[in-house]
Write a protein that binds this ligand. Structure first.
Ligand code: UD1
Ligand code: CA
Length: 463
């Protein structure tokens, strides 16, 4: 395949009303432009050039080595943008696919079909078009009496009869490289926006007697462009539905797709069930037979099989098979839970490693900790990991039993099979098998309640 691609992404995206360049706005967890790049790459295109301008450095950072960059210093229109790739593609022999950075739903199959038709029809330029019930805002495809492509008219320039046409320009084209840059340089900016329109090349070619053609897309949803935040939300929900459908078809139960938010990059095994109000983001991976949600957020985390997570947040952590999390657990970055660990309600973990079958059933903070297997951490246990200057480690051995309401003042080690007494503040290591108790001894004062009533100034007893 002799095909290169150019992604136009120099525009400011004025209608987004944002400090962030338009193509960097995220759709289902990935920048718009990353979706376009991925689609082009999956279509098998190897040479990819991106035209950047407004905050170009910022976008270039995001793009990295996924594309070569051409800069358009002044945004004078889409034809002018494509002309800026002359330095990189001027000598390229083959065909050039041109797309916009703001159309993230386009499928690789569609790009391949456009290219196939372009070759088959032996066109100099082939435009991808769509039939929309509401074509407003897009360029309209104007055909002559024989039905051949004649020109593309922009919304702002169209006469009423032209604007009545509901076949629109998707903004995706295939061009023969031969003569392309000369033609671009010959276009003018005599239009409502005073811009060099790439769309004008169609009329220019048609008049020159070059062959131009159009391919009508089957699913118009794919080419929805994002110009403002309403369209951003619309595209987000379309992509979300695509992702959820893919997961459901692969054997995942999504109880309510309308209230489930899963990024494109997430993998979930069959027979897992995702309950509503759940967000699964980034490079998260979930095994089989899990129950996730309701009201759960997982970010860049790996979850094994047979895991239950209810009403909880898990960030950048790894949870092995058979663990049971929540409700209301907050697992912060850097946690590793081995198989069958239980983390119950109102428990916060941070940078903690818990060995097989260990339990933190309720109301605890375990941070900067290494816990062995089969340990039990009683309700209200706190690892005092921070002395105001530095963080220190708490080490708890296999099968240790931490009594309720223990404060473990780190650095401290509780040995294998050791116990701590409920309510203890442990400041020294507890040897294996020992009981560490550190609390005031209890004394009972007999008849205290009666005596209190008789204290001077306390008239409670007289009531
Ligand atoms: C464009 C098409 C329109 C089509 C629509 C499809 C033109 C003149 N119009 O309109 O026919 O229906 O896309 O979504 O091409 N860009 C630059 N440099 C510039 C101007 C734009 O790189 O000087 C980039 C933008 O970043 C964007 C893309 O080109 O990614 C399209 O520009 P935009 O202003 O969104 O064009 P539309 O008005 O949507
Ligand atoms: Ca656009």
């Amino acid at each position: 395949m002799q095909l290169a691609a150019v992604i136009l992404a120099a525009g400011k995206g004025t209608r987004m009303k944002s400090q962030l360049p338009k193509v960097m706005h995220r759709v289902c967890g990935k920048a718009m432009v990353e979706h376009v790049l991925l689609s082009v790459k999956n279509a098998g295109v190897q040479k990819i050039v991106m035209v950047l301008g407004h905050q170009g450095e910022r976008v270039a950072n995001l793009v990295g080595d996924k594309a070569e960059i051409a800069y358009q210093v002044e945004q004078l229109g889409t034809a002018h943008a494509l002309l800026q790739t002359r330095g990189l593609l001027g000598k390229y022999e083959g065909d050039i696919l041109v797309l916009c950075g703001d159309t993230p739903l386009v499928r690789p199959e569609t790009l391949n079909e456009l290219y196939r038709q372009h070759i088959k029809q032996k066109n100099s330029a082939t435009v991808l078009t769509a039939i929309l019930p509401d074509p407003k805002g897009y360029g309209r495809i104007i055909r002559n009496n024989e039905g051949n492509l004649e020109k593309i008219v922009e919304q702002k320039d169209g006469k009423p009869e032209e604007l009545a046409v509901n076949e629109i320009n998707a903004g995706i084209y295939c061009f023969c490289s031969e003569g392309l840059f000369e033609a671009l340089a010959a276009l003018d900016a005599n239009n409502a926006q005073g811009e060099y329109y790439l769309t004008d090349i169609i009329q220019y070619y048609a008049r020159e007697g070059k062959k131009v053609g159009a391919v009508v897309i089957a699913d118009p949803e794919e080419i929805t462009g994002i110009n403002d935040r309403c369209q951003l939300a619309a595209v987000e929900s379309m992509l979300r539905r695509r992702i959820l459908e893919r997961l459901m078809m692969s054997g995942v139960t999504i109880v309510d797709p309308a209230s489930t938010f899963i990024d494109d990059s997430v993998e979930i095994g069959p027979d897992s069930v995702i309950y509503p109000y759940t967000f699964i983001e980034g490079k998260s991976k979930i095994g089989e037979n899990c129950i996730i949600g309701p009201s759960t957020r997982l970010v860049n985390s790996t979850i094994g099989s047979g895991v239950t997570v209810q009403n909880s947040i898990i960030l950048e952590s790894s949870i092995a098979d058979g663990c049971n999390i929540g409700p209301f657990a907050y697992i912060r970055p850097g946690c590793v839970l081995e198989a069958r660990v239980k983390v119950g309600d109102f428990v916060e973990l941070k940078n903690a490693r818990l060995g097989q079958g260990s339990k933190v059933p309720h109301l605890s903070y375990v941070g900067d900790a290494r816990v062995g297997s089969g340990a039990n951490i009683g309700a209200g246990t706190i690892t005092c990991n921070y002395d105001g200057e530095k963080k220190s480690l708490t080490v708890i051995g296999n099968k240790a039993f931490i009594g309720s309401n223990t404060n473990l003042v780190a650095p401290v080690v509780v040995g294998e099979g050791a116990y701590t007494g409920a309510g203890s503040t442990i400041t020294r290591d507890v040897p294996a098998g020992a009981l560490g108790v550190a609390r005031g001894k209890q004394k009972n004062i007999s008849d205290w309640a009666e005596k209190r009533k008789r204290l001077p100034g306390n008239n409670q007893g007289d009531q």
